[in-house]
Design a protein around this ligand. Structure first.
Ligand SMILES: C[S@@+](CC[C@H](N)C(=O)[O-])C[C@H]1O[C@@H](n2cnc3c(N)ncnc32)[C@H](O)[C@@H]1O
Length: 369
């Protein structure tokens, strides 16, 4: 019990980091650039936030008029529900407000709403936000916040990473437009990948290492975060410039250094492409590429067939079941480790008779012109 509390506390602590204003701006500007009316007359919900000082709330409140937003709602999660020891301190904004409640301040979530010019200064901005305590703690799965989700047209936030699967399912089941931050590792989750493969969701424009703000105001660099969205942007329609396989072998130093480049896997009917930039322009078959390929994925240029992770690839691209199983057996026999499920290995090949696994791969093909 104590152990599981500790694990929970660790998870909750890892969920507690906040997004910088310029990172939100960079991403949202790309949607606006593609369609300046993307937020016009829309209700936007920012859940799992901390509206008093969240940059999401600030950014959308400051751009309320420019984007033509109809209604902005943001909700926060009660400090007491965060499951790890934070010395919570309500802000002056809250304590000086007549609504301030010494109990609710830790037990209840809060909701901030922006619809109109409350101050009468002739513009609608952050000063016009109205707030009150929620009845519950602001859990996105509560009936109270679900109702707000159902009211909203678009959901935008950086949700708790430990609940990413649940959070995405919560959006998808309500069939909403969204843009949310997550870890790139989520790409191959079995709940996420099929949506990417079917072009129902895709990556936003800004992936990679980013700096986030921790509760103690220090900066934390997180290596591989990205945006997941179903809002259109221009980058996903730009074709990736490529060279032929022969030119890559001749001019691409990275490819020359890697023996595994363009080798056929021994357990999948596909070739290994270790770098997205080295995808050969003239190979018609199936190619295994790093998951970071998705950052450059253009659905008019490529078709996604599956991923080596979680067995999310059509059996027709696997070698015969016997061979696939033999490869797994040989892999473990050769001292291989890792959590590859039997019969479901990631892509690999034999090197000097030893079965070796490549990294997680996404299987793609060029789209026929
Ligand atoms: C990664 S942080 C991001 C916060 C904010 N959206 C931002 O980007 O600045 C995720 C937040 O979700 C909160 N959270 C955790 N579990 C939650 C839940 N079940 N419902 C709502 N919020 C939750 C965490 O306490 C944390 O503040």
């Amino acid at each position: 019990m104590a152990n599981s509390n500790l694990t929970q506390a660790k998870k909750a602590k890892n969920d507690e980091f906040y997004t910088q204003y310029h990172d939100i701006q960079k991403e949202i500007d790309a949607y606006i650039e593609y369609d300046e009316n993307v937020f016009r007359d829309k209700t936007i919900l920012l859940p799992c936030d901390d509206p008093e000082w969240s940059n999401f709330t600030k950014f959308f409140a400051q751009n309320f008029e420019r984007f033509g937003i109809k209604k902005l709602i943001s909700t926060s999660y009660a400090s007491e529900s965060k499951k790890y020891d934070v010395t919570y301190q309500p802000t002056l904004f809250e304590t000086e407000d007549p609504q301030f409640d010494t109990e609710k301040t830790t037990k209840n979530g809060k909701i901030f709403i922006l619809t109109q010019d409350k101050t009468g200064d002739g513009k609608i901005d952050v000063e016009d936000l109205e707030w009150h305590y929620l009845d519950g703690d602001g859990d996105f799965n509560s009936d109270e916040v679900k109702k707000l989700r159902d009211e909203a047209d678009i959901i935008i936030t950086n949700p708790p990473f430990s609940l990413f699967r649940d959070f995405l399912a919560w959006i998808i089941e309500a069939n909403k437009k969204f843009a949310i931050i997550g870890s790139m590792n989520a790409i191959t989750y079995k709940e996420v990948f099929p949506l990417i493969k079917e072009n129902k969701i895709w990556l936003g424009v800004s992936s990679g290492a980013k700096e986030y703000i921790k509760p103690d105001k220090t900066i934390q660099k997180i290596g591989n975060t990205c945006w997941f969205t179903n809002l259109e942007h221009g980058r996903r329609h730009e074709p990736l410039p490529l060279m032929t396989m022969a030119d890559n072998k001749k001019y691409n130093k990275q490819i020359q250094k890697k023996d595994s480049s363009y080798k056929k896997y021994d357990n999948y009917d596909a070739i290994e492409v270790p770098f997205t930039s080295a995808i050969p322009s003239d190979y018609d078959g199936v190619m295994g590429v790093p998951i970071s390929f998705l950052d450059k994925y253009n659905p008019e240029q490529f078709e996604i067939l599956g991923t080596s992770d979680n067995g999310l690839i059509d059996n027709k691209f696997k070698k015969t079941p016997g061979l696939t199983q033999k490869f797994v057996d040989d892999y473990y026999f050769g001292g291989g480790t890792g959590s590859y499920k039997e019969g479901n290995p990631t892509a690999g090949y034999y090197e000097d008779g030893i079965a070796k696994m490549a990294f997680k791969r996404i299987f793609i093909k060029h789209k026929k012109k």
